[in-house]
Design a binder for this molecule. Sequence first.
Ligand code: GUN
Length: 281
Amino acid sequence: MTILDGKTLSQEVMEDIKVEVLNYKKNGIVPGLAVILVGDNPASLLYVNMKTKACERVGIYSINHRLPKEITEEKLLSVIRILNENPMVHGILIQLPLPEHIDENRVLEEVATCKDVDGFHPYNMGRLARGNPCFTSCTALGIMKLLEAYSIEVKGKDVVIVGAGNMTGKPMALLLLNQNATVQVCHIFTANLRDKIATADIVISAVGKNGLINGDMIKERAVVIDVGIKKMGDRVVGDVDFESVSPKASFITPVPGGVGPMTIAMLLHNTLKAVSLSLSS
Ligand code: GUN
């Protein structure tokens, strides 16, 4: 069994990004990322801080907007419109989830498609669905980079994705389909999840339910990717029971240190892509 070491790979990616950022700066361009956080959800705050620190490490200028949870949708939309027009801002990220009184779809659609570093705008989701992606979900992209780095072929493989969310499950399915994998997307209403996982060459779980996947459920030598992340006391755990799954798997991501750091590295990667787009338009 080989551990898919997202921590090390993300550091390598970030070293390359650092060099690219320096080159931009030599030409008078400072890559900038605006991060909007509405409210004070502790998990969101933690993620946003991690993203900001990563920007600092590679020299990307990050602009944080912490907005009160009572903010009106109109006011939030006006903040986005200002960022859309700001030439110092190349990428815009709106940390999810948003408070319930705000229409997430409406807000995500307001982000300029050329600054949509999360890839959540319908234009970018649509391009991915067409097989002609521009910006793609950082988590899904990070998983593809990990698979590639370890020479794990996806073409012709049976992949089961558990979790059909817009942030990971759906974009992941499309990326894999675009690479000619056979993909099944499972969710809370899926019947016989166990049977589906049992025959999968690659299992990707993005649910956030500790211990959902155990060693009895997977095929011998399956590749297992754990996107779930949950705090249990002072430990961070995933969906996969590492102890029982790892002896059977051929490759497995740890939690922490697997998909999480790759997601952040891909956010920085997408920010530089936004810089490059801004120069070509
Ligand atoms: N909330 C949890 N994960 C993410 C993410 O990758 N992007 C955004 N915008 N919000 C999130």
